[in-house]
Design a protein. Structure first.
Length: 437
């Protein structure tokens, strides 16, 4: 199930980042808090009234740049708006209604989107008179202080009322996202999997201008390929532009069952590869790491095991992900990807009965119990599976704060070995057992 995406739009300095922080601050586990992934807090998870969603800060629209770049920013900004399910347009009561606000509002009307219009920096009922200046827009206005939370609840209540309780993709085929930096061979891989030149393949980074889904067949089984635009490096002028292709990548990660993370074996792994892998890991999606362009490597001087070991060190958080070398151009080992995809999906969909899990827990505790916490015993009472894709488990204890990360990793290793969760992410949640009276 894909979570809906809410895009916060508006001109610079109207308080978008402050509102973003308030929305995602309701969650303890923020994707945006992962080190090295989104240092400028582009996106995060939000939840309100039991409905979860992704929030994206699109940055300032229409920055004061030269004409050519301004046009490109505008184009990319509205690609982001097209990708969002709900748009929250933010304006500034202190600045009043500006021509840019009017222009953005008029543009948003052309999209078949639910748009909420909020006027920020109104921190009390006496300042709501500032709304009068915005009445010419002819839309419903929400007064708001993103800083102190004034009328924040009313805005969020209105937003979640239009969020569906759940959205399933109509197509039931396994959904595969193809991720990677520009020019690592994503489009070539899609063409190789499809057996035809469906896309424009070019050595120029960023030539995959749009994400288009395609169906491919392997031994009679169909798969849906989600072809994503690459996440490009942030250059001096590219920072704003890159936010918007990033939204599309987020959406495709949310949709997919398995992500193919394509790396260039000639260039080796770089920092951006690590960031992309972290996005997939934090989303709880299965993945395969593909070292592409293997046909260009001098096998006499390249040690495959050393290459894999170096990659594993960089992607230590994704130790479960299988690693393959391919050549998308010559189709070398490309069809071997499909059986691995099937295995990852099977593992990620596996359910274990509570009886089997608690037998496993007792046997594991007999091997190694949790260390004492502040001189007191940490007891693990029982374990239960709470979800699939990824397999998720809740452990109930008398002292949640005493179950530390090293012991969780130990439990994870034991569980993977016992129930053959070899190549899927696994989640553990530690909860306090409620006392009964």
């Amino acid at each position: 199930m894909r979570r809906p995406i809410i895009a916060i739009a508006g001109r610079p300095n109207v308080g978008k980042s402050t509102l973003f922080n308030r929305i995602v601050g309701m969650r303890k586990a923020l994707v945006a808090e992962t080190p090295g992934v989104t240092r400028d807090r582009i996106y995060g998870e939000g939840e309100w009234e039991g409905k979860s969603f992704l929030v994206v800060d699109t940055g300032g629209l229409y920055p004061e740049l030269d004409t050519d770049i301004a046009r490109e920013v505008e184009k990319q900004a509205f690609i982001a708006i097209e990708e969002a399910d709900i748009v929250l347009m933010l304006m500034d009561a202190q600045s009043g209604l500006t021509p840019l606000d009017v222009e953005l509002s008029n543009t948003l009307r052309r999209y078949n989107k639910k748009v909420f219009y909020a006027v920020n920096k109104i921190d009390g009922v006496k300042k709501e008179n500032a709304l009068y200046e915005f009445y010419p827009l002819g839309v419903e206005l929400f007064p708001l202080s993103a800083l102190n939370g004034y009328k924040f609840d009313e805005l969020m209540d209105s937003i979640v009322r239009v969020i569906p309780t759940g959205e399933e993709d109509r197509i039931e085929y396994p959904k595969i996202a193809i991720l990677g930096r520009p020019n690592v061979g994503k489009s070539t891989l899609v063409n190789s999997l499809l057996g035809k030149e469906r896309m424009i393949v070019s050595p120029v980074p960023g030539t995959t201008r749009d994400a288009v889904d395609s169906i491919c067949t392997y031994y009679g089984k169909k798969y849906l390929l989600i072809d994503t635009a690459g996440i490009r490096r942030k250059g001096k002028m590219a920072k704003t532009l890159e936010r918007f292709s990033f939204i599309r990548t987020l959406r495709n990660i949310e949709r997919c069952d398995v992500a193919l993370i394509v790396l260039d074996v000639v260039e080796g792994d770089v920092e951006m590869d690590q960031k992309i892998a972290r996005l997939v890991h934090e989303a709880g999606k299965g993945s395969i790491i593909l070292f592409n362009k293997w046909d260009l490597v001098d096998k006499s001087t390249t040690n495959l095991k050393a290459l894999e070991n170096r990659l594993r060190q960089r992607l230590w958080f994704m130790h479960y992900a299988p690693f393959m070398t391919i050549s998308a151009l010559s189709r070398q080992r490309v069809t071997k990807i499909f059986p691995v995809i099937d295995k990852i999906i099977r593992e990620g969909s596996q359910r274990i009965t509570t009886h089997k899990l608690n037998t496993f827990l007792r046997e594991t505790l007999s091997i190694q119990s949790p260390p004492l916490y502040k001189g007191r015993e940490v007891k693990l009472y029982y374990i239960t599976q709470t979800g699939i894709k990824p397999p998720s488990f809740a452990i109930f204890t008398n002292r949640p704060e005493g179950v530390k990360e090293p012991y969780i990793k130990f439990l994870e290793r034991q569980l993977r070995e016992r129930f053959s969760f070899k190549e899927t992410p696994v989640r553990f949640y530690v909860r306090e057992r409620q006392k009964t009276h």
